[in-house]
Design a protein around this ligand. Structure first.
Ligand code: BG6
Length: 505
């Protein structure tokens, strides 16, 4: 693996100590990193190298260093450097350049740099431009990569503008748009489930699948992030990025090989096949909601509008359920239902594939529970695993059918280190593999789908915002969305297999 300097812009921020440094340390510990690597934190705060090391690593509180060998901690610490600059001031980037050249000499890092933008989005255009002004965006015989955190734009127009601006200085191959859901093992496993098995793919189409559901639920509210969240909402915060990526993994055609180019081009094709929801159809296909105060297990929980940073009378959605169709040969006529929300009963993300009922119902005598949809449940988190529901004969007289489950849990795999999402993604970027990063065009396509919904909500006051009590599965209207009327969402529990009646929340 090539030596490198990992440059973090916004290094004094929360993400650096919460996710980035812990992930890099884990990679280092597991010996995934080259011997010659160092980290340069860049930010406005006036910190020294050792103050940065304290803040981001030694005293961050996000890595348990108690039981780590002292030499390992010391060796990692000596690789941490910090450079304060005025991030908006082009001239100041000369300091970054000098610092990088010094590090190259001292650590033999050969001019290979990753620039990780962990800054407010308002700097996503500024930093690449300033880097380019000092010739830091490219170098003969070395590589330069740029990692951009979400949100990638706040709407279609700003996402396009950001792409144009980045491409002025960096090539598409150098740009890594991060979506932490793509780093989750279980999201990657969606591809393996589909394409490494002979049994699923033949059934994976309109002939056998009745409908597809995706639920992404969080039990927490917006907490102290109200200021950010109110300008975003569930559709921008979760759907446009993370959920669109899951949809792509579920619905795309088989790529010709597992490389970045093939997978990204299938995803793009898929996004282009999703039938757009026109502004005037939004009331029919999309339900939005906002959580209200309620009492959960005896504890009073406040509503969204009472959260810090949220204006009184806010019309930002904390819940969204979308019903859409994919206009291609595989999916023609198959409804997709996707919902996401804060303050729902539990934290869970899962995909449910509901297969069609048997063509001929054999066991339909009174008293017999028959003909339910076989379901394949793919659990992204928690209790990661797979569950297949099917009908089985109840022992005894007649032909009574009961729904039973066959399940696999990741926790049954012994000795498997399941890497955190950031670990996997950072390692891929270090290796130069962009498979799990979003392509510019595909981010724009995802925005194209979401934009008319945002427009309708903004322009049409007749579209209702439903309140739902915190701790429930969102507005009743979202339950009615699933058709035919006798069907509804699978309301999952923490535990993959418990989906009936009451469960631990
Ligand atoms: C982030 C959103 O991208 O994803 C948050 O901004 C959300 O609002 C989070 O809570 C969920 O991520 P995870 O990995 O906990 O499901």
């Amino acid at each position: 693996m090539d030596p490198l300097v990992f440059v973090i812009f916004g290094a004094s921020g929360d993400l650096t100590r919460r996710k980035l440094i812990p992930a890099i340390y884990e990679l280092y510990k597991e010996k995934y990193l080259p011997e010659d690597f160092v980290i340069l934190g860049v930010s406005r705060s006036p910190l020294s190298d050792s103050e940065f090391a304290d803040k981001a690593f030694l005293k961050s509180g996000f890595i348990d260093l108690e039981n780590e060998p002292k030499e390992r901690v010391a060796d990692f610490t000596r690789r941490l450097f910090y450079q304060p600059i005025a991030t908006k001031n082009k001239e100041d980037y000369a300091k970054v350049k000098v610092r990088l050249e010094d590090l190259d000499k001292e650590f033999n890092t050969l001019g290979n740099y990753i620039f990780y933008l962990s800054t407010p989005p308002s700097l996503y255009e500024v930093i690449p431009e300033c880097l380019a002004a000092h010739g830091l965006h490219q170098k003969e015989g070395a590589w330069r990569r740029l990692v951009i955190e979400k949100p990638f734009g706040t709407d279609l127009k700003s996402a396009k503008a950001l792409n144009i601006s980045l491409l002025k200085h960096f090539q598409e191959e150098q740009i890594y748009r991060i979506d932490h859901y793509l780093g989750k093992e279980t999201v990657q496993n969606l591809l393996v489930t589909r394409f490494a098995n002979g049994i699923f793919e033949p059934l994976w189409n309109r002939n056998y699948i009745h409908h597809v559901e995706i639920t992404n639920a969080e039990s927490l509210g917006v907490g102290s992030r109200g200021g950010y969240y109110d300008g975003s909402g569930a559709l921008r915060d979760m759907f446009q990025n993370h959920l669109m990526q899951i949809i792509a993994h579920i619905a795309m055609e088989p790529p010709i090989s597992p490389d970045a180019r093939s997978i990204r081009s299938e995803k793009l094709k898929l996004f282009k096949s999703i039938r757009p929801i026109k502004e005037e159809e939004v009331g029919k296909y999309v339900v939005r909601g906002q959580y209200l105060s309620s009492t959960i297990r005896g504890e009073k929980v406040s509503g969204y509008r009472d959260a810090e940073g949220v204006p009184i009378g806010s019309m930002t959605e904390t819940f969204a359920a979308v019903n859409f169709f994919i206009d291609n040969w595989r999916w023609s006529g198959v409804p997709f239902y996707v919902r996401t929300g804060k303050r729902l009963p539990t934290k869970v993300t899962e995909v449910v594939i509901s297969f069609k009922k048997p063509a001929h119902q054999l066991f339909t005598r009174a008293n017999e529970l028959t003909g339910s949809h076989n379901q394949l449940v793919i659990r992204i988190q928690p209790d990661e695993g797979l569950l297949m529901n099917f009908g089985m004969k109840v022992p005894g007289e007649g032909f009574r059918v009961k729904n039973v489950g066959m399940d696999f849990h990741y926790s049954d795999l012994v000795n498997a280190h399941v890497p955190a999402a950031y670990e996997r993604l950072l390692l891929d970027c270090i290796k130069g593999d962009a498979t799990l990063y979003a392509h510019g065009e595909s981010v724009e396509s995802a925005w194209e789908f979401v934009q008319p919904i945002l427009n309708a909500w903004e322009n049409n006051p007749d579209i209702k915002m439903y309140g739902y009590p915190a701790g429930t599965w969102g507005p009743l209207e979202s339950d009615l969305m699933v058709q035919p009327a006798e069907l509804t969402w699978r309301n999952p529990c923490k535990n993959l297999t418990a989906d009936e009646g009451y469960c631990e929340l």
